[in-house]
Design a binder for this molecule. Structure first.
Ligand code: GDP
Length: 481
């Protein structure tokens, strides 16, 4: 939606879907001329003039349309004052669900001086009037666009509070602290301390905790939306491809095709040179499973450096894929001693999350791993499994399910990216403020960081908003919402 519609214009739009078969249609009006427009097309059965109402009313009567000349029964909800959705004089005309009838009524209203609403303009007005904050406005969008029950639940949850509440709380604390700091600055000559550095740090820590939790929630949500990524990683012949194939055999979503064919299972080291991936359903969520088979054991750091060789290229790619994984299934062949590369990878633990899969458990050799499974399980989740017998696979899938379900959070998709960025900006400013307090750098600098944090939070809660954000958010609405 291009910005700049006149928000005092009186706008009209059908609020119901333009589809046949609905018994009722609703046309919405909002703006200062609502009563005048209504008067020209609607006469109430009770005969009372519309101006005589000072409170919202539900009226029954007739709608008259000049072209084609007709009259139909209709009901009107009329908000004469600012107790409406948009906080402007507003009305809803409920009439029989006939598309030509709705079109004729819309024409009539436009001829009489109304303007057709732009997409999302009713909700934009509600937002700008302070009726709702941005997260709520986006939740309205979420409700309208919800494709399944889960999305709908999340949107409704957000509409009734969601992340807005903890944010508002953090914001109030920040404003109070800032007010104290600024009061101190005003009375700097008198040497009065309105707030101690300890109090400022305590408040910052409280806000940081709230914001970091929200950020983690939103990140979790994004991961779910982008599809959770599970990557099989390990030395050649550690059993990755076999495990990949076993997992996709049991978990492939029947309505989706695997994005690649089954990988080649081979006992020749590094036969599979590129990655295979498949989409599988775990705990009702789509998960991308990626097999990095085919990457030889790196021999020193130089193996990770850029090179034209296809093998080095594959290793680089595999590093990249592993870095982006939500969970890495680190496969270690349990039938042979642990290799130095495996130990060093575990030592570094450079993963977001790792499950150690001790593969080929059916080979029943003496445990030759060092560190052994017990020691490993003290540091990582460890699953002993066999792609040959299927042992441990259920346990592995359950562990993944738990991980995915733990990640479920409470924000609507459209909000996530921008909210998260704003929250991260606020976290950065607060960390900076904390450091300044601790270094006794002066209240002016601390106050300025707190203001930055407040601004960032305000971008979500609606106290500060920019045209760009409004365009993105409200442009996604349907007309009439
Ligand atoms: P990758 O190179 O890590 O992908 O390893 P593969 O999955 O290709 O397996 C290497 C070799 O180990 C193949 O000969 C597989 O048949 C064998 N293998 C893999 N998993 C198991 C297992 O659970 N039990 C047994 N006995 N052999 C396995």
């Amino acid at each position: 939606m291009a910005r700049g519609p006149d928000l005092t214009d009186t706008i009209v739009a059908p609020a119901t879907a333009r589809e046949r078969g609905y018994p009722r249609a609703i046309v919405r009006i909002s703006g200062k001329d609502t009563a005048d427009l209504l008067k020209k097309t609607f006469s109430a059965d009770d005969g009372r003039p519309l101006e005589s109402h000072s409170n919202p009313v539900h009226l029954k009567g007739m709608v008259r349309i000049a072209e084609p000349d007709c009259e139909v029964h209709a009901q009107v909800l009329f908000w004469p004052g600012n107790r409406s959705y948009t906080r402007q004089a507003s009305a809803e005309i409920h009439l029989p669900g006939s598309l030509p009838l709705v079109d004729s009524l819309m024409d009539e209203l436009v001829i009489n001086g109304a303007r057709l609403a732009e997409p999302g303009e009713f909700t934009l007005r509600a937002f700008l009037s302070g009726r709702m904050d941005l997260t709520e406005a986006e939740a309205v969008l979420g409700v309208i666009n919800a494709v399944d029950q889960r999305n709908l639940d999340v949107a409704l949850n957000q509409l009734s509070g969601g992340i807005a509440q903890p944010l508002a709380h953090a914001r109030e604390n920040l404003i109070t602290t800032l007010a104290h700091l600024e009061a101190g600055l005003d009375f700097v000559e008198e040497d009065i301390e309105f707030v101690t550095p300890q109090q400022v740090v305590a408040m910052i820590d409280g806000c940081l905790e709230t914001l970091e939790n929200l950020e983690a929630q939103i990140r979790g949500r994004q991961q779910l939306e982008q599809g959770f990524r599970v990557v099989l990683y390990g030395l050649p012949n550690s059993g990755k491809s076999s495990l990949f194939n076993r997992l996709i055999q049991s978990r492939t979503n029947p309505t989706e095709h695997a994005t690649a064919g089954p990988s080649i299972v081979s006992n020749v080291s590094g036969t599979t040179r590129d990655f295979n991936s498949a989409r599988v359903l775990v705990a009702g969520h789509e998960v991308t499973l990626i097999d990095t088979a085919g990457v030889d054991e790196p021999q020193g750091e130089q193996r990770f450096q850029a090179s034209d060789s296809p093998l080095d290229h594959a290793q680089e790619k595999s590093q990249e894929v592993v870095q982006q994984a939500d969970v890495v299934l680190f496969c270690i062949d349990s039938s042979r001693p642990i290799q130095s590369w495996e130990s060093s990878v575990l030592e570094k633990g450079d993963f977001r999350e790792v499950f150690v899969c001790l593969t080929k458990s059916d080979l029943q050799q003496e445990p030759t791993l060092d560190p052994g499974p017990d020691e490993l399980s003290g540091r990582f989740p460890v699953v002993s499994c066999s792609s040959e017998t299927g042992e441990g696979l259920d346990e592995l899938i359950r562990a993944l399910e738990t991980r995915i379900l733990d990640n479920r959070t409470e924000t609507v998709s459209g909000t996530a990216v921008r909210c998260r960025q704003s929250i991260m900006d606020a976290i950065q400013a607060l960390n900076q403020a904390r450091e300044l307090v601790e270094n006794l750098s002066g209240d002016e600098l601390v106050a300025s960081e707190l203001r930055l944090a407040l601004n960032a939070i305000g971008l979500i809660t609606g106290a500060v908003y920019t045209d760009d954000i409004l365009d993105v958010v409200f442009g996604q609405f349907c007309i009439g919402k």
